[in-house]
Ligand binder design. Structure first.
Ligand code: FAE
Length: 533
């Protein structure tokens, strides 16, 4: 991937921002209370990063407010991120103990560790019957995710977002997003030969023996770097089990793609450790956000009021929805639509592990980056796209692990709880029954042909199917319902949602390429029609 001058400039700005104590990256001075900027972007994940780049390119001075840190300076061990298998304070957002998705091994409490509270990179947000993993830091979910970069099936995309012109998306905005994100494909010879993909080859063979189709999954992890890791000429990251607590090398997270380019325009500034609390509107139609600048202990150093003409919410499905609900239901933005808070779903996420026979080892060495999936989406009785996930424990486990993305029509909604000042999600565990049934029907077939069974020891109790957490929160501010067809919030001018909150609960594949492409589409319209410089 060639690197543009603009991106180089941006990477320089990020390097300069990596010194201890610096929380302002970019050309503007640190925001002070009472400041006014033409455009504010809340969050720095996919949707936010696209908005910032396109605003910066259009010459609009833009400030990004991100509650997490910049992850560019090495810690005590010379590394930016801690290892998945040896987590420390950098792993999770203000926790006393890690909360990894695979909780136990042989029912033993050997996975999670006590840690010191710190603005770590992964958060697990708990609601009554569902918890949601999200990334915290400059780059949002791109810092912690598996990098799988999948364009959804056109037919399903059209079903999910019928009002979006699919021709436009598939001809223009998906290719644009894929290019800007730096998506690449694994070399099939490397896949066939690598010691680190035995887990995927075994599970792929088993699927094929069951009559199921498999497909390679593109990724933003640089596969040339991975090959050099295996050859011993580059420092190991994916091959050193790094992923959910961040990759020290190899991954084209947003700080290496969109956000670097945005900073390189010279018009975009990022304020880190800045958590937006609420938003309101002035009489003249401009907006004011209240934002807490926190330190690394979580203490509020300063609470500021920053004004703007154009306000873009890119705080993710949970963050954007909460800010909007709070604004509507406290009367700050009373004309927001009744649909704000509606249409949420976990993208049908279910995890499960199978126990292979002793004759089918999956490998002590495993790349943390998944590259193969079982595609059974055409099976109308139980649509499943199941990624073959690693268990990079460092020893042989005989486990085949899957992240199944299933079709599930169930949706939930958020309501604002004035007592806690938080958004509450009403998703019930039993709403995942259709997803578990679909995942089970697929994996039962594999167990039958392979004469194998499920692992019941991995999710903290006896369950074979993890149905109480997700990685793909979608919805809460659905395009065409709470907003117009381009993410403009109904009831207000110059107020936009630009992230996963726009997508109604399900996509059939991992979501970040779609979130990026949709944001590109919406920003093209918004820059052309709403923004005057
Ligand atoms: P997101 O990336 O979540 O960014 C929101 C940002 O806003 C974050 O940086 C927050 O810290 C920040 N924020 C929130 N509230 C505030 C506030 N009040 N004030 C200031 N800042 C705030 O949003 N997807 C894939 O497509 N492929 C994968 O392989 C994949 N693997 C995943 C693995 C894990 C462990 C996780 C957690 C997620 C994974 N995902 C994957 C999901 C993907 O990362 C997610 O859909 C996107 O990151 C969502 O993008 P958004 O722009 O909606």
């Amino acid at each position: 991937m060639g690197i543009s001058r603009r991106k180089l400039l941006g990477l320089g700005a990020l390097a300069a921002g990596a010194s201890a104590g610096v929380t302002t990256i970019g050309p503007a001075a640190a925001a002070t209370s009472g400041d006014f900027v033409p455009a504010l972007v809340i969050g720095s994940g996919y949707g936010a990063a696209v908005a910032a780049l396109r605003l910066g390119e259009a010459g609009v001075r833009t400030t990004i407010l991100e509650m997490g840190r910049l992850w560019h300076d090495p810690g005590h061990d010379g590394k930016i991120f801690c290892a998945t298998t040896n987590p420390d304070h950098r792993s999770m957002w203000f926790r006393h103990r890690t909360e990894a998705p695979l909780d136990t091994f042989l029912w033993l409490d050997v996975v999670n560790r006590p840690i010191k509270p710190y603005p770590g990179v992964l958060d697990r947000v708990h609601f009554d019957e569902m918890s949601v993993y999200v990334g915290r830091g400059v780059g949002g979910g791109s810092l912690v995710n598996g990098g799988m970069a999948v364009v959804p099936r056109r037919k399903y995309f059209q079903q999910v977002l019928p009002e979006v012109d699919a021709d436009d998306m598939y001809r223009k905005f998906f290719p644009l997003a894929t290019e800007c994100l730096g998506v690449n494909d694994i070399d099939t010879d490397y896949f066939t030969d690598s010691d680190y993909y035995e887990f995927a080859r075994v599970a792929g063979r088993q699927a094929e023996e069951t009559g199921l189709a498999t497909t390679f999954v593109p990724n933003v992890y640089d596969f040339d770097h991975m090959a050099r890791e295996e050859a011993g000429t580059a420092t190991k990251s994916a091959l050193a089990a790094e992923v959910i607590y961040g990759n020290n090398h190899g991954k084209r997270s947003l700080d290496h793609s969109y956000l670097a380019s945005a900073l390189g325009t010279g018009n975009v500034t990022i304020e880190t450790l800045h958590q937006v609390r609420d938003i309101r509107q002035n009489r003249d139609g401009s907006y004011v956000v209240t934002v807490d600048h926190i330190d690394e202990t979580g203490e509020v150093v300063e609470s500021k009021q920053i004004g703007c003409r154009h306000l873009f919410l890119g705080a993710g499905s949970l963050g954007t929805t909460e800010l909007l609900l709070r604004a509507r239901d406290t009367g700050a933005l009373p004309d927001l639509d009744a649909d704000v808070g509606q249409g949420w779903g976990p993208n049908g996420n279910i995890m499960a592990g199978r126990a292979n026979n002793a004759s089918q080892p999956t490998g002590a060495r495993q790349s943390a980056i998944p590259v193969l999936a079982i595609d059974d989406w055409d099976n109308e009785a139980a649509r499943v796209f199941a990624e073959i996930a690693p268990v990079p424990a460092g020893f042989e486990t005989w486990i085949s692990m899957y992240l199944a993305i299933t079709e599930n029509p169930e949706r939930a909604s958020f309501r604002y709880d004035p007592a806690t000042d938080r958004a509450v999600l009403d998703w019930r565990r039993d709403q995942n029954t259709p997803s578990v049934a679909s995942a089970k029907s697929l994996l039962d077939r594999i167990n039958e042909t392979q004469k194998t069974t499920y692992r019941h020891d991995l999710f903290g109790d006896d369950r074979a199917f993890a149905d109480d957490f997700c990685y793909h929160p979608l919805g809460g501010c659905v395009l065409g319902n709470a907003t117009d067809n381009y993410g403009r919030l109904k009831g207000y001018r110059n107020l936009y949602a630009t992230d996963g909150a726009l997508i109604p609960g399900s996509l059939g594949v991992n979501p970040f390429v779609t979130i990026t492409a949709l944001a590109e589409r919406n920003m093209a319209k918004i820059i052309a029609t709403d923004i005057t410089t």
